[in-house]
Ligand binder design. Structure first.
Ligand code: AMP
Ligand code: ZN
Length: 115
């Protein structure tokens, strides 16, 4: 399967890794929209939140645990942050491997127009 994020997970395309465990990988977004802009992905290919099943639900818990760990470690739990999951055409998803954006490190806008 020709998937950019699968290739990043496999190390075939370089990325700046920020988190790695059994089922979850996270790396810096190549086009950051905030001082901190990371992407958290399941290691197994799931194309989007719309393709989620009960079987794939547990990895979402692991992704949220990873986000909790990273945000705590970097102190964003105190200052605050935003997560976003663009899904499908109307959600402006451009890479079709499920990913959770983590944005932090500055005062973000109070609406979603900048995402
Ligand atoms: P989305 O629009 O939600 O599908 O987000 C895809 C994100 O992937 C965008 O924020 C891109 O900047 C990011 N991106 C695309 N290619 C790469 C790459 N090679 N390494 C890191 N991030 C990437
Ligand atoms: Zn993939």
């Amino acid at each position: 399967m020709d998937c950019l994020f699968c290739k990043i997970i496999e190390g075939k395309i370089a990325s700046s890794k920020v988190y790695d465990d059994k089922n979850v990988f996270a790396f810096k977004d190549i086009s950051p929209q905030a001082p901190i802009h990371y992407l958290f992905v399941p290691k197994n290919h799931i194309s989007s939140l719309a393709q989620f099943t009960d079987d794939t639900m547990p990895v979402m818990e692991e992704i949220f645990a990873a986000i909790r760990n990273v945000t705590k470690q970097e102190g964003h739990d105190k200052s605050g942050f935003r997560i976003a999951i663009n899904t499908g055409q109307h959600g402006c998803q451009t890479v079709h491997h499920l990913h959770v954006h983590l944005l932090a490190g500055k005062q973000l806008g109070g609406n979603f127009s900048g995402l």
